[in-house]
Design a binder for this molecule. Structure first.
Ligand code: MN
Length: 328
């Protein structure tokens, strides 16, 4: 998906004097803000990353959660060709179907349970449109920051359909990294974990995880206790590295669902503005100019009926880099 805010802000997330890191075993609760995606009846998304308190979970740097949206009422998704740099996009749906086209020439239908990972290092562009078969649209859009040595990675588009594994009243789909006995074959540029977890009512599930990773649990539906801390739908529970075991308990009377993200702390500073990630203000200015000049850097999307998405105006201020507060 695109960040189609009219006036995207680049948030500086340096540590303030009042900012404190959670204690080792404490779950930090990140609450989303609603971001309208433009247009009179258009969708809005719930964004938990980035926010002032936190910029990353591992190299995961952008977490948008949307739906369930009635497409008949909200109009569905229609994102014209738009660019990306310095990142990978992860599309994961719970409901609905999205038609993807990109400047590699990929043409794919994104469906629930199917990972679609697009790499836009130096530059790529794509369009995303919910199909006429879609009545309800529901899912997450996630971005992964590329580390400096791979920031100009070639365009790439990978798909993967993980087989569900079952344990203790839970159904788990590991789309990136490894968890339990599942290992995703999908290539990433830093170690990552990405998995969907569905918990039956009353289910309690303990997972061994990599203690060098930090973790984030985004609750989609139901109420889930993560290591004893209650999380509501749309909240992201964050845990620092040093934790080797996660216990999830579905405390709601119905099924609960969440997405688990993880990775070693991403120590680099990035500048993120609109759909671009760079290392400094000038990177962003160049990317914006290249997009506006229809440079070969981004290529072109074939088969989308309509115009490209123009870049918003840059703010007058210099875009500041952001990183997580240092670990204490
Ligand atoms: Mn996009």
């Amino acid at each position: 998906m695109s960040n189609v805010e009219r006036d995207p802000v680049s948030t500086s997330c340096t540590r303030g004097p009042e900012a404190t890191e959670p204690a080792l075993h404490e779950v930090e609760i990140l609450t989303p803000r609603d971001v309208p995606l433009g247009g009179p009846r258009s969708m809005s998304v719930r964004r938990t990353l980035p926010q002032r308190a936190r910029s990353f979970v591992g190299a995961w740097c952008f977490v948008d959660h949307y739906g369930p949206d009635d497409v008949a009422r909200r109009g569905g998704m229609d994102l014209p060709p738009h660019p990306h740099t310095g990142l990978q996009t992860v599309t994961w749906l719970f409901d609905g179907e999205v038609e993807h086209r990109d400047s590699l020439g990929s043409h794919a239908y994104v469906r629930p349970g199917e990972l679609n990972l697009m790499t836009g290092g130096r530059g790529i562009c794509h369009s995303e449109v919910s199909t006429v078969r879609t009545t309800v649209l529901h899912g997450v859009q996630l971005w992964v920051a590329l580390p400096n040595e791979h920031r100009d990675a070639e365009r790439d588009f990978q798909r993967y359909v993980p087989s569900p594994i079952r344990k203790d009243g839970a159904e788990i789909r590991v789309f990136l990294g490894s968890l339990l006995q599942a290992v995703s074959p999908v290539r990433t540029f830093t170690p990552l974990l990405g998995a969907e977890l569905i918990l039956e009512p009353g289910a309690s599930l303990t997972l061994g995880v990599d203690a060098t990773f930090e973790h984030g649990l985004l609750v989609d539906e139901g109420d889930i206790e993560l290591n004893g801390t209650a999380l509501s739908p749309a909240q992201l529970g964050f845990l620092r590295p040093g934790i080797g075991s996660l216990t999830l308990r579905n405390t709601s009377p119905a099924r609960a669902r969440a997405v688990l993200l993880g990775g070693p702390p991403f120590e680099e500073e990035i500048v993120m503005w609109w759909n671009f990630i760079g290392r400094n203000h000038d990177d962003i200015v160049r990317a914006r100019r290249d997009w506006e000049e229809q440079s070969e850097r981004f290529g072109a999307v074939e088969g989308y009926a309509g115009e490209r998405l123009p870049a918003p105006e840059l703010p007058n201020a210099t875009l500041a880099p952001r990183r997580n507060p240092p670990s204490s």
